[in-house]
Design a protein around this ligand. Structure first.
Ligand SMILES: NC(=O)c1ccc[n+]([C@@H]2O[C@H](COP(=O)([O-])OP(=O)(O)OC[C@H]3O[C@@H](n4cnc5c(N)ncnc54)[C@H](OP(=O)(O)O)[C@@H]3O)[C@@H](O)[C@H]2O)c1
Length: 262
């Protein structure tokens, strides 16, 4: 299936590893030019070179922190300058730490509000003139299955990501008339460095790595942990022409883990 993405330009935030990188890879595989960001320039540049060599499209690394509004503006400006516009914005950031409500602090609430929510507000604001010009813009937010069902001891993710979902639905209504569609993808367990940190936390509670993975796999109807490319494939499809009548959705990618009907 040709998704119609050849020659389009995309920005993927927090994309030197894990789910962000898988999104960048899936878009590049469809012929998109991609600008990617992350804080550590060396890993970011290596990821950009790897994707570029694999798919033969331009991949521009722009080092920066999603906490910093100037870095976000620089990322979007660089993509617009290099590619002549921005058609697709994929928002993403590092995941909040393991905390219960009683372990949470005001300082951390503010920090993770900036990283999880304000980074989306700021990147959409910076990309909007370009997305409007595109006429078929896409905004796709990488959130978490925590927006469908809270995850034990991830209080910042459980609470703050719902603000992203509310924002996205609002944007889908405000920006639809400009040809821009807006979605959230809600990953369940996917094997990345981010998930490894949660596994290490469980190991500190006395479990073995295999026990953690086995118990998660048993709870997932398809019987396995996700691969980053499982999410990347959906993001590329949502960015493509066939998805032009989908707008304002939040789609779980969790092997059926979420048990609710809707
Ligand atoms: N993997 C899962 O199972 C899963 C499930 C549900 C939700 N999620 C969520 O999906 C997102 C991505 O998860 P992941 O598993 O792919 O994480 P990951 O493997 O840890 O990768 C995170 C990526 O984000 C970059 N990053 C982190 N903090 C950043 C910041 N402040 N500014 C710019 N870039 C930043 C990292 O590079 P630098 O360190 O160089 O900045 C890296 O490229 C997280 O929010 C996570 O909570 C993941």
């Amino acid at each position: 299936m040709d998704l119609g993405l050849k020659g389009r330009s995309a920005v993927v935030m927090a994309a030197s590893k894990g789910l962000g990188k898988a999104a960048a890879r899936a878009l590049a595989a469809e012929g998109c030019r991609v600008a990617i960001s992350a804080r550590h320039a060396e890993t970011l540049t290596a990821a950009a070179r790897e994707i570029e060599q694999q798919y033969g499209v331009e991949v521009v690394p722009v080092a920066g922190d999603v906490r910093n509004p100037r870095d976000i503006q620089t990322l979007i400006d660089s993509a617009a300058r290099e590619f002549g516009g921005v058609d697709i914005l994929v928002t993403n950031a590092g995941g909040p730490p393991v905390r219960t409500f009683e372990d949470s602090t005001d300082e951390e609430w503010r920090e993770w509000y900036d990283i999880t929510f304000l980074s989306v507000v700021r990147s959409v604001r910076a990309a909007l003139p370009h997305l409007k010009k595109s006429g078929r813009g896409r905004i796709i937010n990488i959130t978490s299955s925590s927006v469908k069902a809270p995850i034990e001891s991830l209080v910042y993710s459980n609470a703050l990501r719902l603000a992203v979902v509310g924002l996205a639905k609002t944007l889908s209504r405000e920006l639809g008339p400009h040809g821009i569609t807006v979605h959230n993808v809600a990953p369940g367990y996917h094997l990345t460095d981010g998930l490894e940190r949660i596994i290490v936390n469980k190991m500190q509670q006395g479990l073995r790595r295999e026990q953690v993975l086995e118990s998660w796999s048993r709870s997932i109807p398809v019987g396995r942990i996700g691969r980053p490319e499982d999410l990347g494939a959906l993001i590329a499809w949502l960015a493509g022409d066939q998805a032009s009548y989908l707008n304002g959705t939040t789609i779980p990618v969790d092997g059926g883990l979420y048990p609710g009907v809707m």
